[in-house]
Ligand binder design. Structure first.
Ligand code: HEC
Ligand code: HEC
Length: 228
């Protein structure tokens, strides 16, 4: 069975990287241990940063990221993904790929290149606290026939196997329901051609059996998933 073993590999890889996303409390503990044993580590800026952690990154998000992504994590800017409701473990893997230039988007790579490891943790922890923001209701309800087709494709191609029947993901698996259609289309074609390498091989393997002509119908369905 191919899929379960892929899923296991995904989890194994992501568990390794989970060590990167130390919660603020764990960092504060590390800091305290460090000051108790100064030979190992001087009372470091890490402890101080953890203490003010989320507030600092909330402010930096507001001044730096909100211009494109929106103050609440959803903007109308073309090609710019919704971050609201996204999982911090998924976010940190993507900021890492962007910083290394493995995800290729000039604007976002430029932003990510300025980030330290602490920034990757801080921004992803903050984004993980943003509640999901559904799309504003469209003037017209989504086309029922296209939604039915998309739903059948999402089942047939096992999208729900990893992203969940609510398409809300979890851990290293992205929340995709209600993501923007233009962005989803670009992403799915990017995974299919290999232009967008994933953090793991999960998506390129998931799409390897999916015909190219099914990608846009999937994007339509996933984007409109939360709307009535
Ligand atoms: C100039 C506009 C711009 C700014 C400023 C910006 N971003 Fe982005 N961001 C983008 C675009 C465009 C993408 C989509 C990249 C792609 O298509 O691969 C993106 C993608 C992302 C992603 C990946 C989302 C996903 O679903 O995979 C994350 C996470 C992210 N940005 C976080 C941030 C953070 C944190 C900041 C502030 C430090 C920030 N961005 C600032 C435009 C911007
Ligand atoms: C084996 C598990 C698995 C399956 C099956 C799967 N995905 Fe994913 N998907 C993932 C993981 C893990 C990620 C995070 C990508 C990475 O590792 O960089 C992801 C990422 C995505 C993204 C990127 C989200 C963003 O914000 O950029 C989209 C879109 C997506 N998947 C759609 C789909 C669709 C549509 C299907 C069905 C054709 C599908 N996935 C099947 C695991 C899976």
């Amino acid at each position: 069975m191919r899929l379960p073993s892929v899923a296991a590999a995904v989890v194994a890889t992501l568990l390794v990287s989970a060590a990167v996303t130390l919660p603020a409390a764990a960092q504060a503990k590390k800091g305290a241990a460090a000051s108790a044993a100064p030979a190992e580590r001087p009372a470091s800026s890490a402890a101080t940063a953890a203490a003010s952690g989320n507030a600092v990154y909330a402010e930096r998000f507001g001044s730096l990221c909100a211009a494109c992504h929106g103050a609440n994590g959803r903007s109308d800017m073309a090609g710019t993904p919704v971050l609201a409701g996204q999982h911090s473990l998924y976010v940190i893997t993507q900021l890492y790929l962007l910083r290394e230039g493995r995800r290729d988007n000039a604007a976002m790579v430029a932003v990510a290149k300025t980030m330290t490891d602490a920034d990757l943790r801080g921004f992803s922890a903050f984004i993980g606290t943003l509640p999901p923001v559904p799309a504003a209701p469209a003037a017209e309800a989504p086309d029922a026939a296209r939604m039915n087709k998309g739903q059948a494709l999402a089942q047939q191609h096992k999208c729900v196997f990893c992203h969940g029947t609510a398409l809300d993901g979890g851990q290293g698996v992205a929340r995709i329901g209600g993501q923007k259609e233009d962005y989803l289309r670009a992403v799915l074609h990017g995974y299919k051609t290999g232009d967008r390498p994933g953090y793991t091989r999960a998506m390129s393997e998931a799409l390897s059996q999916v015909p190219v002509e099914d990608l846009d119908p999937l994007a339509y369905y996933v984007a409109n998933f939360n709307s009535k």
